[in-house]
Write a protein that binds this ligand. Structure first.
Ligand code: N01
Length: 531
């Protein structure tokens, strides 16, 4: 089990319960994954806390008390620490231990997993619970390493508090992480300079304390909520009103009224006001225009408002959820630098040089995202049945079957891998679904006497074509997003996640019911005969 975030912890729990001997490896010094590394100011989840939580234990669900509508990073980390202790998972994990390679040994039908502590562990199965957003992207801007102030990345935030008081701070990047951190840093810093390459859409979180009676109501109906989430397209907001029809079908007033209602509720569900926002350009433009008007109404200086106003399709890059982001630009001590007008030329020992000026800084925060979905897997030397590496196999983009299995790599499973709905859903719902599917699959192999399972090439080819064809009917492919790998120089442009959770769950169930259709299962003696 590689990773001890939500996915690794649940996989360890579930597989141990099923009677397997399990060993977890975790590069970090503690559990938590994303929530261990992303400790930047303002970090919180933008799926509601009551939904962004495990459903596998009713006792856990009932006893844990979420204090805010959207849980802050520290509370989610406390929750995962609690899970690790409550279910006694820590003894199963080797911390501060990075998996460097995993090599399939055809003779034994198992994997040799080499770790940074020099050990090699033999495993029959390997489950990569390595996360979709776990390898930080630190762009190679000229002079970056010459900076003499403090250089930070939101995804690798120090454990000790960072002091911004009296400092001139720069933030590069205005995705979800930047948009959360900027208002909080602005409160503390002497000056804040925001370096923006692409403006982003953001909807207010309207975060606040979670009233006890509201939490009690959820707890009373938790099974129903979880079931609805599993039957939804995104794995959350299962109780929310169904999306309206097309945005195009309404008058301007009717549309604005519907959008105002969602805006007042806040959060990602805003994008589901109408059922065609991610499919119909005209509908998308009407919704985007509503958000643009909101930005202009908040930002006092029209020139700054213009720079902050996105033009791309809304939702194409992951929409953000904020607490006072646009308001921050009305502060006298916050400045926006539009990198489309004046790109960064270099980072200097004292700050950032754009084509227009030298900006002196004490602290520089990279909120520049991740080598998403494949970055972490591709940094591990994973070698399959024929000795081929995952890097070679995925040279033109990730190839999986169901996002769970990779042809040529027997007995290797990926939790929320590319080709599965993963990042387009509530991650915890997707993780639980995958871990349960993998656990059921291993039980099947054991009971039927199979030694190996491997995604078949034609099944993976068909699956990749299917994922692309679904992406092709959405508007997701119309901009440069990390979903497409467009944020990493040289990365193949392939839309990596699959849109639509509920139909995917049905497909996975039917594959299993069909004796793992599309996978090749090998019996123990056949495996031996192959050598
Ligand atoms: O990263 P991002 P993130 N020079 O890739 C800019 C999840 N998440 O860490 O758009 C200058 O979205 C880049 O500009 P551009 C969520 O799924 C969730 O913010 O490429 N700028 C962009 O503005 C999210 O989508 C939560 O032009 C550069 C920014 O850096 C995902 O994580 C919170 C640059 C990167 O944005 C990633 O979010 C946080 C360069 N060389 C994150 N390179 C919650 O649940 C990149 N940029 C709340």
């Amino acid at each position: 089990m590689v990773g001890a975030g939500f996915a690794g912890l649940y996989a360890l729990f579930r597989l141990r319960e099923a009677g397997w001997e399990v060993q977890g490896f975790e590069a970090g010094g503690g559990v938590g994954g994303t929530w261990y590394w992303n400790r930047y100011p303002g970090a919180r989840c933008d799926v509601a806390s009551v939904e962004y939580s495990f459903s596998f234990s009713e006792e856990l669900e009932q006893e844990w008390v979420w204090t805010e509508r959207y849980a802050p990073q520290a509370e989610i980390l406390r929750y995962l620490d609690h899970v690790a202790d409550r279910f006694d998972l820590r003894p199963l994990i080797r911390f501060d231990t990075r998996v460097e390679s995993a090599v399939f040994d055809a003779a034994s039908g198992g994997w040799d997993v080499r770790t940074s502590d020099g050990e090699v562990t033999r495993a029959r199965f390997v489950v990569m619970a390595t996360g979709c957003l776990s390898t930080a992207n630190l762009p190679d801007i000229p002079g970056r390493d010459s900076f003499e102030g403090e250089l930070l990345h939101t995804g690798r935030w120090p454990h000790d508090p960072v002091d911004f008081a009296g400092r001139r701070v720069g933030v590069i990047g205005t995705g979800s992480s930047g948009i959360q951190a900027i208002p909080v840093i602005a409160e503390e810093a002497a000056e804040l300079v925001v370096f923006q390459r692409t403006p982003n859409y953001s909807v207010p979180a309207h975060n606040g304390p979670l009233p006890t009676d509201e939490l009690a109501k959820v707890k009373a109906r938790y099974r129903d909520l979880r079931e609805k989430n599993r039957r939804s397209m995104v794995g959350f907001a299962g109780w929310a009103p169904a999306p309206g029809g097309s945005a195009v079908a309404l008058s301007n007033d009717e549309r604005d009224e519907a959008l105002e209602e969602r805006w007042a509720d806040g959060g990602l569900w805003f994008l589901s006001a109408f059922n065609d926002v991610l499919f119909n350009e005209q509908s998308n433009e009407l919704v985007a225009d509503f958000v643009r008007r909101k930005i202009r109404a908040v930002v006092a200086d029209p020139a700054v408002a213009d720079k902050l106003t996105p033009t791309q399709v809304i939702g194409c890059k992951r929409m953000c959820v904020d607490s006072g982001y646009f308001e921050t630009f009305n502060r006298p001590d916050v400045r926006l630098v539009d990198l489309r007008e004046t790109p960064i030329e270099a980072i200097t020992p004292t700050g950032v040089r754009t084509t227009a000026e030298d900006i002196a800084l004490d602290t520089l925060v990279f909120a520049t995202g991740f080598d998403a979905m494949t970055g972490t897997l591709m940094r591990i030397d994973i070698r399959g049945r024929t000795g081929i590496s995952l890097q070679e196999s995925w040279e033109a983009g990730p190839r999986t079957y169901l996002g769970l299995g990779v042809p040529g790599f027997p007995n290797l499973f990926i939790v929320t891998g590319p080709g599965s709905p993963s990042v387009l859903t509530n991650m915890v719902t997707s993780i639980e679904h995958h871990v349960e599917w993998i656990s059921d699959c291993l039980a099947h192999l054991r009971s039927e006497g199979y030694a190996t399972i491997e995604a078949a090439e034609p099944a993976a080819d068909e699956w990749v074509a299917y994922v692309n064809s679904v992406a092709g009917i959405t508007l997701y492919t119309t901009c440069n997003s990390w979903y497409l790998g467009a944020n990493i120089p040289g990365k193949p442009r392939v839309f990596m996640p699959l849109f639509g959770f509920a139909p995917y769950v049905d497909t996975c169930a039917s594959v299993a019911a069909d004796g793992y259709r599309g996978f090749t299962l090998t019996e123990a003696d056949v495996q031996e005969a192959r050598q």
